[in-house]
Ligand binder design. Structure first.
Ligand code: GDP
Length: 304
């Protein structure tokens, strides 16, 4: 899907609501701002980020008494773009990897059902398409289905998967994966992990053990800890981001299922609240339906 199609539900919804918020109004008054606040909150931008945006708009409106509702759209777009600029820099790179680190190690975290396996498969597809040699590691050994699903993706994309049986030590699988990556000259190793949030101490211990063991082979691994969040779950995604950032150092976010939701505002809120760049967005179930997050394109698409 194209970005425009992928975000169509969000676009339609935000604009219908935004239209309703200003209908019959000639200037931006408190009522318009209240309505706008509601539009942003119901689009899952999050309360804190919404208030920040409203305050900024208020400030600009107060400086210009001729400010009309027609300009509100433009202003909103500018403020959202500015917010995204604060935490995201990844505008150019298209599934590129730093050439200095080899293998580049991506540890993928997130709870079950958010699209973790799918995103790993899509990443493998894109890196491979760019001529990179990819290895996957099935270190979510907690569920047999997790290993099987990853196997299916590995076959679909035609990349090797390192796995052990269900219940095996995740750190041992991660170790094997990096050993294999190193031995075969892979450019990137993507390691799946189990996301059992209900047991936070276990999760913390497991992730730090995986990291420590990986560093025996690649001293600065993982280069990236990618948290996958289901963009259609709104406040749950915020809550998961909170929990995972407490459990480990998350360096990048992937927001999935934006095609299925009218609440794409979650991208804006999450990146603002957690100060972690959104690196990828999922806009469909197929291999091709993962995009590198480009803030300018995202805002343009939202407001086009
Ligand atoms: P995991 O349990 O986190 O590994 O989740 P899966 O990768 O198995 O994904 C769960 C479901 O979400 C599957 O049916 C996927 O096809 C679907 N899915 C994942 N990413 C996306 C996306 O970006 N858009 C849509 N529409 N579905 C997605």
């Amino acid at each position: 899907e194209s970005l425009d199609q992928g975000l169509s539900k969000t676009k339609e919804s935000v604009f219908k609501k935004l239209g309703r918020a200003i209908v019959g109004k000639s200037k931006v008054d408190d009522e318009v701002l209240d309505n706008l606040e509601e539009v942003l909150i119901t689009s899952d931008v999050g309360v804190d980020t919404t208030l920040k945006i409203i305050r900024r708009i208020e400030e600009r409106v107060s400086k210009d008494k001729y400010f009309g509702v027609d300009e509100l759209n433009t202003l909103l777009k500018e403020e959202i773009a500015a917010l995204l600029d604060e935490n995201n820099t990844n505008d150019e790179a298209d599934f590129e990897l730093p050439s200095s680190d080899m293998p580049y190690v991506i540890m993928v975290v997130g709870v079950n059902g958010v699209g973790k396996t799918t995103t790993i498969g899509k990443l493998a597809y894109n890196f491979k398409k760019n001529g990179k040699k990819v290895v996957l590691g099935a270190a979510d050994t907690f569920r047999a289905a997790a290993i099987d699903q990853l196997q299916i993706w590995a076959e679909r994309v035609d990349v090797p998967l390192v796995k052990q049986s269900m219940g095996a030590d995740p750190a041992s699988v991660a170790y094997d994966t990096l050993a294999s990556a190193k031995a075969t000259g892979a450019d990137v190793a993507i390691i799946d992990t189990a996301g059992r949030l209900h047991n936070k101490i276990n999760l913390m211990n497991e992730l730090s053990k995986i990291k420590n063991v990986m560093q025996k082979i690649v001293p600065d691994a993982p280069h990236e800890v990618l948290l996958i969040l289901d963009g259609s779950t709104g406040q749950n995604a915020f809550e998961q981001a909170k929990q995972f950032t407490k459990a480990t150092e998350v360096s990048a976010l992937a927001l999935t299922k934006l095609d299925g939701t009218a609440k794409g505002g979650v991208v804006i809120g999450i990146s603002d609240q957690f100060k972690i760049p959104v690196k990828y967005i999922g806009i469909g179930e197929k291999m091709e339906d993962l995009q590198v997050f480009r803030r300018k394109e995202f805002v343009e698409s939202l407001f086009s």
